[in-house]
Design a protein. Structure first.
Length: 158
């Protein structure tokens, strides 16, 4: 019976350790620790949004969805290395029109634009790029290790 209790305790400790282990990937806002990167990442995201808003009327917002809005940028970060797994920037837009009957019709779209990051790109490199220069620079600068910018990625997506 004692051997059985010892095995049960060992199993319980193993499960408890697994439950508390940090996941391999976390949101960039939670890197390097929960909430630790929030302010910096949100500030970089705001710069990208300002850059998008500055050019939207002459580019992406001339089409069917003239009120296209940036919704949220999310990036996953490998906890142990700081390398970005992927980044997706979401957008939404709509159009409305009034029919002669008084009914209002609505057309809407949502986009999830993946940023083409080179494998091994560190979050620190990405944030540094987005923090430098003007908000338009954040959109136009080539992503680390690449010749593609966020603007070009959005052009392909939107």
């Amino acid at each position: 019976m004692r051997a059985h209790l010892g095995q049960g305790l060992a199993c319980a400790l193993l499960l408890a350790g697994t439950a508390q282990a940090r996941p391999p990937y976390v949101d960039a806002r939670d890197y390097p620790a929960p909430g630790a990167g929030h302010a910096r990442f949100v500030a970089a995201e705001r710069r990208l949004v300002r850059g998008f808003d500055n050019i939207c009327g002459d580019t992406f917002c001339e089409g069917e969805y003239y009120n296209l809005r940036a919704m949220r940028l999310r990036c996953s970060v490998h906890q142990a290395s700081g390398a970005v797994g992927s980044c997706v920037w979401t957008f939404a837009g709509s159009q409305t029109w009034v029919r002669q009957t008084g009914k209002i019709d609505v057309g809407h779209a949502m986009y999830a634009c993946k940023l083409p990051l080179v494998a091994g790109t560190l979050l620190e490199q990405l944030l540094h790029l987005w923090e430098a220069g003007s908000p338009d620079d954040a959109l136009d600068a080539s992503l680390p290790g690449s010749t593609v910018s966020v603007y070009e990625a959005l052009t392909d997506c939107l």
